[in-house]
Design a protein around this ligand. Structure first.
Ligand SMILES: [Zn+2]
Length: 274
């Protein structure tokens, strides 16, 4: 009887101790990010370029769940981020335009149909701009990808549709003629479908080299995006712009917060980029 009581008292104390340790951990909320996004006097404002692929419930790493995507957009909205277009980014890097405070460029690669069905309504809800790099040869042909009608509708409502080449081949494996075709044909196809110039592209699988970057310039693009991790500023190579990839993980939203919070810190200490 007495031993049982003592055990219960010990158990109570242990539980109390555990609660004292756990409660602060559970209630601690993420700190606002605004302080990390202040202008860097040397290289201008740092711009975060987020890179998504699919927004659906398929539980692969390329897919961010729609409810997670919504939480991330709400976070950006609540914390004073302002979405921008590739033109706004380009103009500011060229010293021609002012960016809003805490600028973020939201990008999607490949042109999946779920960008239209799942991401677009959420982007609209928050009044957010975004950019989709589409594989022009897949649109309207493969049912996993959006149609040109869907692309046009988004393009007319704040979503810039840009090039991700014709066939999504790894560019380092192509001859110059093949490279030129991937770059020029995709741009022309998108321009014909959308009815305006298409001047930005993202490298399929992120692979590029200086020769490919030069060909991108010759093919008439103003800038190109990689999957090199980091934020964009005036020190960035305009044909190799950094992005911050967002994936589905064990804890997608915690990782989202860590990624957007720590990228500027990594850069400040010179852990990534020049
Ligand atoms: Zn891709």
């Amino acid at each position: 009887m007495y031993a049982g009581k003592r055990r219960r008292a010990w158990l109570k104390r242990a539980l109390l101790l555990l609660m004292l340790v756990l409660i602060p951990l559970l209630v601690s909320s993420p700190k606002p990010l605004t302080a990390t996004m202040v202008a860097d006097s040397e290289n201008g404002t740092k711009v975060m370029v987020l890179n998504y692929h699919k927004v659906d419930n398929t539980f692969i790493s390329l897919s961010v769940r729609p409810d997670d995507f919504e939480k991330q957009m709400q976070y950006l909205s609540d914390n004073g981020y302002h979405t921008i277009t590739p033109d706004e980014l380009y103009d500011s890097l060229a010293g021609k335009g002012e960016l809003p405070e805490n600028p973020v460029l939201i990008t999607f690669d490949d042109g999946y149909e779920d960008n239209y069905t799942n991401a677009y309504p959420i982007l609209k809800k928050y009044g957010f701009k975004a950019t989709i790099f589409v594989i022009t040869g897949f649109l309207g042909k493969d049912k996993n990808y959006m149609t040109w009608d869907q692309a046009r509708e988004m393009d007319a409502n704040g979503i810039s549709i840009e090039s991700h080449t014709v066939d999504h081949k790894s560019m380092t494996d192509l001859t110059d003629d093949q490279l030129r075709a991937e770059l020029v044909d995709s741009r022309k196809k998108a321009e014909k479908e959308l009815g305006h110039p298409v001047e930005y592209m993202a490298y399929p699988t992120g692979t590029y080299n200086l020769h490919i970057a030069e060909m991108v310039k010759e093919a008439g693009y103003k800038a190109a995006f990689t999957i090199k991790y980091g934020n964009v500023d005036k020190a960035s190579n305009i044909y190799a712009l950094e992005r911050v990839p967002i994936f589905h993980t064990e804890d997608t939203n915690r990782d989202f917060l860590e990624r957007i919070r720590y990228t500027p810190i990594f850069e400040r200490f010179g852990w990534i980029k020049s």
